[in-house]
Design a protein. Sequence first.
Length: 240
Amino acid sequence: GVVKVVDLFLEEGAPLSMGVIGGSFFGNEWSPVPKKVQEGYAAGFEVFNHGSDAKTRFSDIDKDAAKANILRAEEDGFEYSSFVPHQNRWAPSTIEALSELGYKVISTCALCDEDHPSYSPVDLWSTPMKLPQRTQTAEYQNSAPEKWVPTVEQILPSCEAEIFANGVCVVMMHPQEFQLQSNPVTAAQLRDVIREVRARGWGITTFRGFYDMVRGGDGTAAPRTPAPESPTPIPATPEP
C-alpha cells in the first residue's frame, strides 16, 4: 500500500505527508517500504511523527509521557515538524509537549463529534497550528465485511466546504486501503482526485508546506494574515 501510494504521488508530482510510527519502522532491511518512504522524502515529501507505537492514547497521558513518546518516534534522517497522534486523540498536555519540542503542526479530527477526545477545529494561529483531518479515502468500520469502506466520493464535496470555511482541507489515507485483496480504494480513484483538485485550481501541499505558506518558515515573526487565496488540500497517509 505504501509503495503504491508514494509512487502515484511521485508520478503526479504532488507532495505528500507520510506518517511513520517510530521505533522498529526501519528495522527490516528487506522491506521495500522504508526505502520508498526515504525516496519520497528525498523528493520533497514530508515525514510526520505518528507516535512511537499504535496503542498510546495521547488523550490519557501527561505532558512528560507525551514528550517521551514523541521523541522515541523520531527516526534519524528526517526533520520533524508535524505530529498526528494515534487515533487522532489528544489533550492539552499533547499541545504543551509539542510546543516545548518545537513542533509546528498537529493534525487531529474535524470529523468527530465535538465531545470526542479526537475533535479539534482548524486553528491557523495556534501553537502548534491545528490542521485536523476533514475527510478520508476510506473509513474503518468493524462491522463491515472488509472493514474498510471507501469514501473517496466524499473527498471533493467535503473539501469544497472546508476550503470555503478555512482555506485548507486535510485528506487522510491508510496504506491498508490500497493493498487489501478487495482494493476498496484504487490507484485510479486516487489519481482522479489529484487531477480534479488541480482542475479546480486548488493547490496540494504538506503540513509543513502549508505552515510555511501561512506563517513563514519558522513562524516566529510571521504576520497575522488571512489564509492563502489558493485553497490547499493536504494529503496525509499514516503508517499502520
